[in-house]
Design a protein around this ligand. Structure first.
Ligand code: PMP
Length: 393
């Protein structure tokens, strides 16, 4: 059996439409197939490869850690330099009130930890999240998700979570003194890139303060420079009580975090109530890669170029079949009106050497989220291929 056949017969399938792209190697913004194929990666493993694939400094950090130790013990027992240095580097990117980092394995686990933390800290049981939110696939994070179709088969889910409409000021009244936390994506990703305005975020922050509710911002997709700021909440002049990150954080390695202040995080310390335990969370190799990723984003001025690169995409992607483009920095959705129109375009673009896809809850729009290191010339090449794919699909 060849690799595609093995994939189809022995790997669990997660979609009716697998792209089935074979990859032998990845470097920078490119993926390379076994028969000389070369693709421009415009999705970055869904917002993961922000510094590009196999960035030399990420590889060097991993190599150096491989020579020291791999796993030692459940997170939080030994003093591990990659973890302490990473926590400090993350806190240095954040306002003073976010000074305590809990390292985990993934985005979903960061969500789980944050929901538990909010219950413990407030003593409240109710939560609010948003319609069309995506927070992960585990039971707790799925419960916070806002797409009925995805949740239906798994009920009963976590009780006590109600949903408001992202960006709707009037809905903020539903946050009250029983609400432990509001969790929302700063920029809604899988809903197809929806961006609320500054007024909304200001009002949300005020309402949480008035009711003693913790504000949890999920920047698992929007963080790490993707939107043109290190953290997406910086666009709106607010600070969350708990911040979630993963994906782009590891520079291609699995790692996530929920970040709060010492007082909030401190409740996890109180024995005999179990806080959050994770065997592999903050794995030293991932933590070393993540520390290098933070440094690369800062040293290579990748974030300050995001806005201009996004503007270039928008100026080039003009075609009668494109109904509009929604974006915050290089988190972009190109709207085609239906999956029937979009899917053949994505397939043809892959044949032409450009990889894009669609969103979990928005299948009429093309996802564009390239590595932030993409150059102007590469943006021109990618857009030319997409326009050709539109004409030839
Ligand atoms: N939150 C958001 C906003 C996400 O985009 C994702 C992943 N698409 C998650 C949470 C879940 O992250 P993970 O797949 O690492 O569990």
């Amino acid at each position: 059996m060849n690799n595609r056949q093995l994939f189809l017969s022995h790997l669990a399938q997660t979609t009716d439409f697998p792209l089935l792209i074979e990859v032998e190697k990845a470097e920078g913004i490119h993926l390379f197939g076994p028969n000389g194929e070369k693709y421009i990666d415009l999705i970055s493993g869904i917002g993961v490869s922000n510094v590009g694939h196999r960035h030399p400094k990420v590889l060097a950090a991993i190599q150096s850690q491989l020579d020291k130790y791999l796993h030692l013990m459940v997170y939080g027992e030994y003093v591990q330099t990659p973890q302490t240095q990473l926590a400090k580097a993350l806190c240095d990117t954040l306002p003073d009130s976010l000074d305590n980092v809990y390292l985990v394995n993934s985005g979903s686990e960061a969500v789980e930890g944050a929901l538990k933390l909010a219950k413990r800290f407030t003593g409240r049981r109710e939560m609010i999240s948003c319609v069309n939110a995506y927070h992960g696939s585990s039971h707790g994070s799925l419960s916070a998700g806002g797409n009925e179709l995805f949740k239906r088969a798994y009920r009963p889910l976590l009780p006590g979570i109600s949903h408001i409409h992202y960006g709707h000021l009037a809905d903020l009244e539903k946050i009250n003194r029983q609400t432990a936390a509001v969790i929302l994506e700063t920029i809604q990703g899988e809903a197809g890139i929806r961006v609320a305005d500054r007024e909304y975020f200001q009002a949300l922050r005020r309402r949480c303060d008035e009711t003693g509710t913790l504000l949890i911002l999920d920047e698992i997709q929007a963080g790490f420079g993707r939107t043109g700021k290190f953290w997406a909440f910086e666009h709106f002049d607010i600070v969350p009580d708990i911040l979630l990150c993963a994906k782009g954080m590891g520079g291609g390695m699995p790692i996530g975090a929920f970040i709060a202040n010492k007082e909030v995080m401190g409740v996890f310390k109180n024995n005999p109530l179990l806080g959050h335990i994770t065997t592999f969370g903050g794995h030293p190799v991932s933590a070393a890669a993540s520390l290098a990723t933070v440094q690369i984003l800062q040293e290579e001025q990748l974030i300050s170029q995001v806005e201009a690169k996004a503007a270039l995409f928008k100026s080039l992607l003009v075609h009668p079949k494109i109904k509009g483009i929604r974006n915050k920095g290089l988190m972009m959705a190109v709207e085609f009106g239906s999956f029937e129109v979009l899917k053949p375009i994505i397939d043809r673009a892959i044949e032409l050497g450009v990889i894009t896809d669609w969103f979990l809850f928005c299948d009429d729009s093309m996802r564009i989220a390239p590595p932030l290191i993409i150059t102007e010339e590469q943006i021109h090449d990618a857009c030319q291929a997409i326009l050709r794919a539109i004409d030839e699909a």
